[in-house]
Design a protein around this ligand. Structure first.
Ligand SMILES: [Zn+2]
Length: 94
């Protein structure tokens, strides 16, 4: 499933499951909003080194914007249970 990279919230809102929307701190991406590839529910991912002190989870990101890759995997553990990887702009479940 392709990760639709959105620039503004309106596009993200209208985009299919798997879409991502960056939030910036200065000129760096500090977090991504994503629509779960499994169920479409929206959640946020902290992008290193912009970790949230209250949240132990963060992701290393490369390849922005056309070949986005996140490490480690993404697990919708408190939702639909979808678990997989975003690699080179595409979501793949494990
Ligand atoms: Zn889900």
């Amino acid at each position: 499933m392709k990760a639709t990279v959105c620039k503004v919230y309106q596009d993200f809102e209208a985009a299919p499951a798997g879409a991502i929307l960056p939030a910036y701190r200065g000129d760096q991406i500090s977090s991504l909003m994503m629509k779960c590839p499994g169920c479409g529910q929206v959640s946020g991912l902290q992008i290193r080194p912009h970790q949230d002190p209250g949240n132990p989870n963060s992701w290393e990101m490369s390849g922005w914007p056309d070949e986005v890759t996140l490490t480690p995997s993404v697990h919708h553990s408190f939702g639909c249970g979808w678990h997989g990887w975003l690699k080179n702009g595409k979501w793949k479940s494990v």
